[in-house]
Ligand binder design. Structure first.
Ligand SMILES: [Zn+2]
Length: 140
């Protein structure tokens, strides 16, 4: 399962084998680690190649900095990312900086968490629904 991800340090796009994420993959350009045991931030311009073209399931947290419930949900998503390394990837999209995407996917409130499989929506959770999130992750 491949995921294309922009290095947070040098902006280079890297193709990562998700199954090998525990072996601490490094950026091909700057050599710094690509960490998939925590949510990765995805910008609007990278959403297509990172999320939609991923052959691994990607759980996307559509959030906003000013949103209190998003902060409550954050540690739950951190935990999901840590527990599912090599199986799926957790991504975060700041809806204030990705308004086109939010519109395209019908995000009416934050947090909204959407599971993407092979570029298609495979589940959605709105607000704080840990049980629903767990079920979505198990089904991925
Ligand atoms: Zn880099």
């Amino acid at each position: 399962m491949d995921l294309t991800l922009r290095c947070t340090f040098c902006d280079t796009l890297n193709k990562v084998e998700v199954e090998k994420a525990r072996q601490r993959p490094k950026c091909g350009d700057c050599g710094r680690p690509i960490l998939l045991d925590r949510p990765v931030k995805v910008q609007e311009e990278d959403f297509g190649r990172t999320v939609l073209e991923s052959t691994a399931p990607v759980l996307v947290d559509f959030y906003a900095d000013w949103c209190g419930p998003c902060r409550i949900l954050a540690p739950i998503l951190d935990e999901i990312a840590g527990e599912n390394v090599g199986r799926l990837v957790v991504a975060k999209v700041d809806t204030d900086r990705a308004q086109k995407l939010a519109l395209e996917y019908g995000i009416r409130g934050v947090p909204t968490v959407v599971m993407f499989k092979e570029g298609k929506e495979a589940g959605r959770s709105v607000g704080i629904e840990p049980e629903r999130l767990k079920a979505m992750v198990e089904a991925a």
